[in-house]
Design a protein around this ligand. Structure first.
Ligand code: NAD
Ligand code: WQD
Length: 349
C-alpha cells in the first residue's frame, strides 16, 4: 500500500486538501492535478507542513487531455480521487454550460485518459443533491435520483456515465474492470484541527457555516436565516453536517474497499457520507455561540429558492461496507471552523 500513488484531482481545494493530508498520513504517494481556478497553492504547502511529507503538484486542467495523459504516464496512479469540479448551485443556474463543460466534459476527459492508461479505480465526489424529493427526510442510496439544478444534474450525469462504464465491463472482459465508489456527501464543514487548512470561499460565502464564521469574526455584519416557517421543530432548515476530516477518512476507507475482494470483479457503488443526524440553522448558530463565546448577529429572512426543509443521510451502507462512520461532534466541527477562521481571517491570502 505504501508505494501506491493516488492521483487527486482538485486536491488544492477545500475537501481535496484535507484528503491529501489523510492520504499522506496513511502512507500513500500523492499527485495533485488542479487548475487553481478556485484554490491556491498555499493550501498544498500547508498540507506538506502538517504532514512533514511531500506531494507532487501539477497545475493543469482536467479538460486538457494531453497534459493529463502525460501526468498519468509519469505517475502510474493506482487510484484517482476526483474532487475537481465547480460547486456553486446558484452560479450553475446562471451558467449551466460552464458547469456541464467543467464537470461533465472534464470528467469525460479524465475517464478517457484513465481508460487509455489502464487505471480504472476511482473515488468520485458526488453529492446528496443528486437525490430526488420524497416524503422521507432520511436518504438511502437506493432512493430515486432527481436533482433540481444544473450543478446537481452534472453530478447525476457523471454518476450515470460511471454506471454505464462499469456495466460495459461485461462485454469487455479482456481489460481490468472499473472499480468505482460514488461518495454522496451531505454538508461538509469544519477544518483540520491544526487550523492550517480549511474552507476559503471566494467573496461572500454561499453556505451557512462559512457565513456564520465570517459574521463571528466581524467580516460580515449579519447572517440571514433563510426561512423560519419550515415544518421543522424550530422552523429553520435541517441538514446533515459532516466534519471534513471525517468525510475524507471515508475516502481512504473507500480505497481499501476498492482494493478488497468485495470489488475484485469490479463494480460501481454509491455510498452516503453523512452523520445520519440533522441540525437546524438555529442549532448551528447556538453551537457557534456556545463554543466561541461570540454573539452571532442574525435576522430571519425569506426562504431561499430551491431549499428543502430537512434531509439527512442514512449512513448504514458506508458503515457496513466501508467500515466508516463519523467520529466528530458538532462541537468539534464548530471549534475547528473557529480555529481556522480566527487564525486565518483572510483565508490563504
Ligand atoms: P473546491 O472548489 O474547494 O475544490 C475543487 C477544486 O477543483 C478546486 O481546487 C478547483 O481549483 C479545482 N478544479 C475545478 N475545476 C477544475 C478543472 N477543470 N481542472 C482542474 N482543477 C479543477 O470545492 P470542494 O468543496 O473541495 O469540493 C470538492 C468536490 O466535492 C467537488 O466536486 C464538489 O462538487 C464536491 N462536493 C462538495 C460539497 C461541498 O459542500 N463542499 C458537497 C458535495 C460534493
Ligand atoms: C444549509 C442551511 C439554508 C446560508 C449546499 C448545496 C449542496 C451541497 C452542500 C455540494 C439551509 C441555510 C444558508 C445562509 C441560511 N454542495 N442558510 N443562511 O444548501 O444544504 O447544500 O452545500 O454538493 O448541493 O446546495 O447548504 O450551507 O447553503 O445551507 O439560513 O446564509 O442553512 O437555507 O437550510 P445546502 P447551505
Amino acid at each position: 500500500m505504501s508505494h501506491q500513488t493516488i492521483l487527486v484531482t482538485g486536491g488544492a481545494g477545500y475537501i481535496g486538501s484535507h484528503a491529501c493530508v489523510e492520504l499522506l498520513q496513511a502512507g500513500f504517494n500523492v499527485a495533485v492535478v488542479d487548475n487553481l481556478g478556485n484554490s491556491k497553492y498555499e493550501s498544498l504547502r500547508r498540507v506538506q507542513q502538517i504532514t512533514g511529507k511531500t506531494l507532487t503538484f501539477y497545475q493543469a486542467d482536467i479538460r486538457d487531455k494531453a497534459a493529463l495523459t502525460e501526468i498519468f504516464a509519469k505517475e502510474s496512479p493506482s487510484t484517482v480521487m476526483h474532487f475537481a469540479g465547480l460547486k456553486a448551485v446558484g452560479e450553475s443556474c446562471e451558467k449551466p454550460l460552464l458547469y456541464y463543460n467543467n464537470n461533465v466534459y472534464g470528467t469525460m476527459i479524465l475517464l478517457e485518459v484513465m481508460d487509455e492508461s489502464n487505471v480504472r479505480q476511482l473515488v468520485f465526489s458526488s453529492s446528496a443533491t443528486v437525490y430526488g424529493q420524497t416524503s422521507l427526510t432520511q436518504y438511502s442510496e437506493d432512493f430515486p435520483l432527481g436533482p433540481i439544478n444544473p450543478y446537481g444534474r452534472s453530478k447525476a450525469m457523471i454518476e450515470d456515465i460511471l454506471r454505464d462504464l462499469s456495466a460495459s465491463d461485461k462485454i469487455n472482459p479482456n481489460r481490468s474492470p472499473w472499480k468505482v465508489a460514488l461518495l454522496r456527501y451531505f454538508n461538509p464543514i469544519g477544518a483540520h484541527e491544526s487550523g492550517l487548512i480549511g474552507e476559503d470561499p471566494n467573496g461572500i460565502p454561499n453556505n451557512l457555516m462559512p457565513y456564520v464564521a465570517q459574521v463571528a469574526i466581524g467580516k460580515l455584519p449579519q447572517l440571514s436565516v433563510f426561512g423560519d416557517d419550515y415544518p421543522t421543530p424550530d422552523g429553520t432548515g435541517i441538514r446533515d453536517y459532516i466534519h471534513v476530516v471525517d468525510l475524507v477518512k471515508g475516502h481512504i476507507n473507500a480505497i481499501t474497499a476498492l482494493n478488497s475482494d468485495a470489488f475484485k470483479d469490479g463494480g460501481c457503488k454509491a455510498y452516503n457520507l453523512g452523520a445520519g443526524k440533522g441540525y437546524s440553522v438555529l442549532e448551528i448558530i447556538a453551537a457557534f455561540e456556545s463554543v466561541t463565546g461570540q454573539k452571532i448577529n442574525y435576522k430571519i429572512s425569506p426562504r431561499r429558492a430551491g431549499d428543502l426543509a430537512e434531509y439527512f443521510a442514512n449512513p448504514a451502507l458506508a458503515f457496513k461496507e466501508l467500515n466508516w462512520k463519523v467520529e466528530k461532534s458538532l462541537n468539534d466541527i464548530v471549534a475547528d471552523t473557529w480555529n481556522w477562521q480566527s487564525k486565518n481571517p483572510q483565508g490563504y491570502n
